[in-house]
Design a protein around this ligand. Structure first.
Ligand SMILES: NC(=O)c1ccc[n+]([C@@H]2O[C@H](COP(=O)([O-])OP(=O)(O)OC[C@H]3O[C@@H](n4cnc5c(N)ncnc54)[C@H](OP(=O)(O)O)[C@@H]3O)[C@@H](O)[C@H]2O)c1
Length: 293
């Protein structure tokens, strides 16, 4: 469990970032497809995030597609020196909004160039290889060939650092034999803790763990225990879920998504939220009871 030093940073590639980052996926239209309902509001969320200290933004050119990257560029370029933008490649969107694997050398190279162009960058800070052996969760399959493509783009100077997403421990081990892996981005929150052991192993090796769906994603977290703890500590359930994650391990970097400035501010306040030991025990019980069921 991380000690409560909310000002502590963690290395993400060549920079130390704050534990509270921002995930830009919610800025695209419904189903992460097409333009946002309210463009000005989307730009305002990005500017507010950076103004309040976010220096780690997670995105992908397949959000929209192209939509969130162009919003990020419009809202934030020229980028602050300390901002780390992490993107991901490995999927492409169908015309119907479907999510399809895009693992060939051509597709991965094109995706890196699309990200560079739409973000307005000469080099990408961090690129995650988003595995698509199964869309919805990690599934085994060799990542040697696609990762070698990213490693070559890194040698060319287009990619500074490489991460992995939606991966198994076996794939992470395989990846680390091919190139340095600076972060892992998998589905994890207080009700979905399959990666518990992995997080601690990565922490020991100085590798960032970035939980996606920290608030439950498309199905927001709902639990009477979470609501009870929130009422007891005078916070919202979403703040408690984020505060729990922040304290879970020193290598956890948060990227909660929102298209609302009010929610962004609410979520940011979770950094200051103190969770007493008995609250953490109660929250730990949410997963224990789910896993035992
Ligand atoms: N690697 C991958 O495969 C993968 C997959 C999914 C996501 N991601 C990344 O992870 C980031 C986070 O995931 P996510 O955005 O899908 O899910 P999330 O952060 O778990 O939850 C976002 C949802 O929670 C709502 N929300 C946020 N703050 C709230 C608050 N204070 N009160 C009530 N509702 C709140 C948002 O709605 P509002 O907009 O109304 O606030 C949105 O519907 C994404 O932005 C993306 O960058 C990566």
């Amino acid at each position: 469990m991380r000690t409560i030093e909310t000002s502590s940073t963690f290395n993400l590639g060549h920079r130390a970032v704050n534990p509270f980052g921002y995930g830009a996926m919610q800025l695209a239209g419904p189903g992460v497809f097409g333009p946002p309902k309210d463009r000005d509001a989307a730009l305002a969320v990005l500017r507010e995030a950076v103004a309040t200290g976010v220096n780690h933004i997670d995105t992908s050119d397949f959000y929209g597609p192209h939509v969130t990257n162009r919003l990020i560029r419009e809202a934030l370029a020229p980028y602050p020196d300390d901002l780390v933008i992490v993107t991901k490649v490995g999927a492409r969107r169908g015309e119907d909004g479907s999510w399809n694997p895009a693992f060939s050398a051509d597709e991965l190279t094109r995706a890196v160039h699309d990200n560079l162009r739409n973000l307005g960058l000469d080099a990408l800070d961090v690129v995650n290889l988003r595995c698509m052996f199964s869309v919805h969760g990690p599934a085994e399959g060799s990542i040697e060939a696609p990762l070698a493509v990213l490693a070559e783009l890194q040698r060319q100077g287009l990619v500074r650092h490489i991460g992995l997403s939606n991966v198994t421990p076996t794939q992470i081990a395989e990846g680390r034999r091919i190139c340095e892996i600076v972060c892992v981005q998998n589905y994890y929150n207080l009700a979905h803790r399959a990666d518990d052991a992995l997080i601690d192993e990565l922490a020991g090796d100085g590798i960032a763990y970035v939980p996606f769906f920290p608030l439950g994603g498309f199905t927001p977290l709902q639990s009477s225990t979470l609501s009870d703890v929130a009422a007891r500590v005078g916070a919202t359930p979403m703040q408690v879920a984020l505060a729990w994650l922040l304290r879970r391990a020193p290598n956890i970097l948060l990227i909660p998504g929102t298209a609302s400035v009010a929610h962004l501010r609410e979520n940011r306040a979770a950094v200051e939220l103190d969770l007493p030991p008995d609250a953490i025990i109660a929250l730990d019980g949410i997963w224990t009871s789910t896993a035992a069921a």
